[in-house]
Design a protein around this ligand. Structure first.
Ligand code: EPU
Length: 416
């Protein structure tokens, strides 16, 4: 099992190009199930969750080729509608393949999805949408069988929670349904917009994405298309945290600053000098100040996925900061790993209270999940001495070459 070895307290300086968004590419690869013909998806990060998605497509009988960061998907017909248990367990996003294959063939079989353990992550809202669209859903022996004798039928759906995955799955199932589906209280994340724009470029008729209500006018067929995945706003947030925690100065290229407003505002409040333009962010940091309260929320609020890295950065700020997690029940497993660096933090219910301490020291620690693992990298860069981070497979689920990118701007980090 490999580990990241980090020598801390190096000043980061230079530029990093941010790769394509994990949480866009996964539902978009799922959406190719609905298309007849060839889809060319550019700016796909080289991460293990993309590999898992390709394995699912291949299992469905769909041909995929990968060349650098472009995945070409040739859908000449689906030969299987089940998602193997081993692939369901590998990542949470496997669940969005069910909406797509159900929408295309009228049938989907899957077990419970895996992914990072951030507390209970049910899929009840996904299932409710499938049922509302006319599918029968039966659970037996740990498998969910979704079937529809006739075509799925458009309807009015009110999501009880602005779930990202449930919004995506509802859209995917409804695109080829007959009639009109309206999804109320839809998630508004940029990755939802990217998915809907991809589907529209394939001939779908989706309106209102990015807002509270998404309207899907069912179409008979979708064709293939070329699409470029949007930049990963959480990866950009991670590099911002790295610069903030180390007193560094980074130019982040290939970012969409509009998607990062809540994150930029927090690092500005912490005293970072941040300039934005059409395609980049320059972040310069010296002394970091505490931020009274950061709260995660649905987009456009501060993203839950950027929370662990912000907590790590604020652990070296002057004064006491509070981070409140409002999306997931148990996202603080990484905090006890951060404390191994000398981070002073207390978790109280949904909040973590961080008392700044500039004298962090290197340690041996374990990534508990994807973003928790990224937070350990931030702390290791700020700490004096050597850190060994194990369980880095979690980190590789969402970051394409984080070690190489950080090395290129002056960090001392390698995989062993
Ligand atoms: N929820 C339910 N029932 C459902 C679905 C969701 O109760 O059927 C609840 C969840 O338990 C959670 C809340 O709704 O409390 C929001 O969850 P959501 O469904 O929005 O999350 P997700 O679709 O499983 C995606 C991202 C996560 C990100 C969340 C929130 C992907 C592949 N994953 O997850 O990303 O944290 O939205 O923005 O898009 C990550 O990248 O590290 C990551 C965890």
């Amino acid at each position: 099992m490999s580990v990241y070895v980090v020598e801390g307290q190096r000043k980061l300086e230079g530029e990093i190009s941010v790769h394509g968004a994990k949480n866009s590419v996964l539902p978009i690869l799922a959406a190719t199930v609905l298309c007849d013909g060839e889809c060319v998806i550019e700016n796909c990060p080289d991460i293990s969750d993309v590999d898992t998605s390709i394995k699912i497509l291949t299992h469905f009988g769909i041909e995929c080729t990968v060349e650098k960061n472009t995945v070409t998907v040739k859908n000449k017909g689906i030969t299987s509608c089940d998602i193997p248990d081993s692939l369901m367990r590998e990542m949470r996003s496997s669940v969005v393949f069910s909406g797509a294959v159900l929408g295309k063939t009228g049938r989907a079989v899957m077990s419970s999805p895996g992914g990072c353990e951030l507390g209970p992550r049910p899929i009840d809202i996904h299932i409710k949408s499938f049922k509302a669209l006319g599918a029968d859903v039966a659970e037996k022996h740990g498998y969910l069988k979704c079937e529809c004798a006739n075509k799925l039928k458009g309807c009015r759906i009110v999501l009880p929670v602005r779930s990202v995955g449930a919004t995506e799955n509802t859209v995917l199932a409804a695109v080829l349904a007959s009639g009109i589906t309206t999804v109320h209280n839809a998630a508004r994340e940029p990755e939802i917009v990217d998915l809907c724009e991809f589907l529209n470029s394939c001939g779908a008729k989706i309106y209102g994405h990015g807002g509270d209500t998404v309207v899907i006018e069912g179409v008979a067929k979708l064709h293939g298309a070329h699409h470029r995945i949007i930049p990963d706003r959480i990866v950009a947030s991670t590099y911002m945290a790295c610069a903030a925690a180390t007193g560094g100065s980074l130019l982040l290229k290939n970012v969409n600053c509009n998607n990062l407003e809540a994150v930029i505002s927090i690092y500005r409040e912490a005293g970072c000098d941040i300039r934005t333009n059409n395609n980049g962010i320059i972040i310069k940091s010296r002394e970091l100040n505490a931020v009274k309260k950061v709260q995660s929320g649905f987009y456009p609020a501060f993203p839950t996925d950027a929370g662990p890295m912000a907590v790590a950065a604020l652990s070296v700020a002057n004064g006491t900061s509070v981070f409140v997690e409002n999306i997931f029940e148990s996202r603080f497993k990484y905090v006890s790993e951060l404390m191994r660096f000398g981070v002073k933090a207390d978790t109280v219910g949904k909040a973590v209270i961080i008392t700044g301490n500039k004298s962090l020291y290197g340690t041996d620690c374990v990534a508990t999940d994807l973003r928790g693992g990224a937070a350990l990298i931030v702390a290791a860069l700020a700490a004096e001495g050597t850190t060994h981070i194990s369980n880095i497979n979690y980190i590789k689920r969402g970051y394409d070459g984080i070690d190489k990118a950080l090395l290129s701007v002056g960090a001392k980090i390698c995989e062993k």
